[in-house]
Design a protein around this ligand. Structure first.
Ligand SMILES: Nc1ncnc2c1ncn2[C@@H]1O[C@H](COP(=O)(O)OP(=O)(O)O)[C@@H](O)[C@H]1O
Ligand SMILES: [Mg+2]
Length: 243
């Protein structure tokens, strides 16, 4: 197996709070790896460290065997690592199509240029189709429902053809039908060769979708393994019950 992402002894403090505490784990290529843990266990902070939105106090992160040294989300994105946010980040005034074209890494200016990359436009339309958003292509993304925004954000992350996709709570606050839709999209992309690291609080979804599952508690890894192994681990039960 090829290791895509390695997190080594990562620590991040916010004042007196150690949000991530000597945390290590790896994501192998071709997996849908789950990252779970009670509220406040450091999952989002780990994502922010990996994607360069925060700087670690110590430890290091390797992507494709190379240490990530610069805090530069855009460079990472180009290198093949992209993410969604717990609160979907889209550009509400841009139409859905332009949200995807911007996500392909073009400048704002290119939106107004006469010749935008024809390939990008085509791919953006294909993605909107795939995600059931074609009817909204020309409408401001701000008019989309909460769930549709999550789908649009997922689609926009795919514009860069990432090797590893980080999803932060992709189904938080969406209805059961949309949970199924999101799961279908993740599975389809996984079958096409994409790897995933997913933070998710919907345990039944994690248990049927992710393998391995990594469990954080108080910023550190307390378990990792198959869904069944993790579910049977007393330390995991303790962490959730002691919340
Ligand atoms: N920007 C911040 N400033 C201060 N404390 C923070 C900040 N971000 C997160 N924390 C704290 O770090 C801990 C981990 O938070 P977070 O990574 O959001 O957890 P999770 O995503 O697992 O719920 C929590 O105690 C949280 O309050
Ligand atoms: Mg979080």
């Amino acid at each position: 197996m090829t290791t895509l992402l390695e997190v080594e002894r990562l620590t991040k403090r916010f004042g007196g709070v150690t949000a991530v505490d000597d945390c290590s784990f790896a994501v192998e290529q071709g997996t849908i790896t789950g990252l779970i843990g009670p509220n406040g266990s450091g999952k989002t902070t780990v994502f922010n460290l990996i994607t360069g939105y925060l700087r670690a106090d110590s430890g290091r992160i390797l992507f494709s065997g190379r240490p990530l040294t610069k805090s530069d989300p855009a460079a990472l994105y180009r290198a093949g690592l992209s993410r969604t946010f717990q609160q979907a980040r889209i550009f509400p005034r841009l139409c859905a199509l332009d949200n995807l074209i911007v996500a392909a890494g073009h400048s704002w200016h290119s939106l107004f240029a006469r010749r935008r990359g024809r390939d990008d436009s085509r791919r953006a339309r294909e993605l909107l189709d795939e995600f059931g958003l074609a009817a909204h292509a020309e409408h401001p993304a701000g008019e989309l429902s909460y769930g549709q925004r999550k789908l649009l954000e997922f689609a926009s992350v795919l514009m860069s053809e990432p090797r590893l996709v980080l999803l932060d709570e992709p189904t938080a606050g969406v209805n059961p039908t949309l949970v199924e839709t999101m799961e279908r999209h993740i599975r389809r992309r996984h079958a096409a060769g994409f790897s995933f690291l997913i933070v998710e609080h919907d345990m039944s979804l994690v248990m049927r979708l992710c393998d391995p599952v990594i469990v954080l508690d108080r910023g550190t890894r307390i378990a990792a393994g198959s869904p069944d192994a993790v579910r049977a681990d007393p330390a995991v039960l303790d962490a959730y019950l002691g919340q």
